[in-house]
Design a protein around this ligand. Structure first.
Ligand code: NAD
Length: 273
């Protein structure tokens, strides 16, 4: 495989640092650009693992892409920055691999349009952890056989967006599974009438599927999907205990990105199960 030159946006953040270290260790990948509004001008290698990488942190993706032809741009910035970076990458003919969460349906439509306009593919994956992808697959399957389901997602307390991208994706998959299933769509609430004494206590709901977001220090990224039926429950749980859990999936996406056409949304559409 030909060596791929990688730029990491949000390189000084929690996910960005883990990505820089992983890219540096990975055969056939070369860290060639680092973008962040923090630590401008510093060597990213020295910053994240005390070993020079000879790549200076730049605050401008435009400048990094103008200086050197890249093969893939990875984005782990935030919901207010990601779309600008995606457009910049696509405009320059470089496929973006986006891990940043909080993109709306409208954003995804826009990304799809840009991939056509600039004839360059893009991968957007709200969760690179392969265990989490399997959990979503199993949730879709289980939803056909249970009358109700609720989702509880748990993340560290610095996460900006709620609910998580993975929880929203799981919700969509459960709704899709239900349409193929043996039970009619869920009614808006389990009881004929619910009294929510503390607003928000039942979480957010779409089509009667309730979703709860927990934010606490000490957590990384976790999710439970609890299905309830006559006299039984089924609980699916996935835990990412550290950011290393996202790296094998991320690297898989990065290596596929140069050959992708259009927008691929979600790792489940990139890998065979
Ligand atoms: P973080 O706050 O630690 O890092 C974000 C970095 O982006 C910071 O260093 C910040 O300075 C930088 N940044 C912000 N605005 C910028 C701009 N305009 N230009 C350049 N850099 C900018 O956040 P994090 O924990 O690393 O998470 C980043 C994103 O990744 C979040 O959206 C999070 O939900 C998502 N995430 C995705 C996965 C996945 O598997 N897809 C896993 C974990 C986290």
């Amino acid at each position: 495989m030909q060596e791929l030159k990688i730029t990491v946006c949000g390189a000084c953040g929690r996910m960005g640092r883990e990505t820089v270290i992983t890219v540096d260790r990975e055969e056939n990948l070369r860290l060639a650009g680092a973008v962040d509004i923090k630590n401008e001008g510093e060597d990213i290698g020295l910053l994240v693992q005390n070993v020079p990488a000879n790549v200076k942190v730049s605050s401008s993706l435009e400048e990094v892409l103008a200086a050197e032809k890249m093969d893939v741009v990875i984005d782990f910035t935030g919901p207010f920055t990601v779309m600008r970076n995606v457009e910049t990458a696509l405009k320059n003919g470089v496929p973006p691999v986006v891990g940043t969460t909080g993109l709306t349906e409208l954003d995804l439509k826009q990304v799809e349009e840009w991939t056509q306009k600039y004839s360059t593919g893009a991968i957007v994956a709200p969760n690179f952890a392969l265990g989490a992808i399997l959990m979503m697959k199993f949730a879709r399957l289980a939803s056909r056989y249970f009358s109700r389901a609720e989702i509880i997602e748990l993340h560290h307390d610095r996460k900006i967006d709620a609910p998580s991208g993975t929880a929203l994706k799981t919700l969509d998959l459960i709704r899709a599974g239900k349409r193929e299933g043996e039970f009619p769509p869920y009614s808006p609430a389990g009881a004929t009438r619910e009294l929510e004494k503390l607003p928000g206590a039942r979480g957010g709901a779409v089509d009667g599927i309730h979703l709860h977001s927990i934010r606490l220090p000490g957590l990384v990224a976790h999710q439970e999907v609890i299905f309830g039926g006559e006299g039984q429950t089924l609980t699916l749980r996935h835990d990412s205990f550290d950011r290393g859990s996202f790296m094998p999936g991320l690297i898989m996406a990065v290596k596929r990105a140069p050959s992708v056409k259009g927008l691929i949304y979600g790792m489940e559409n990139l890998i065979e199960f």
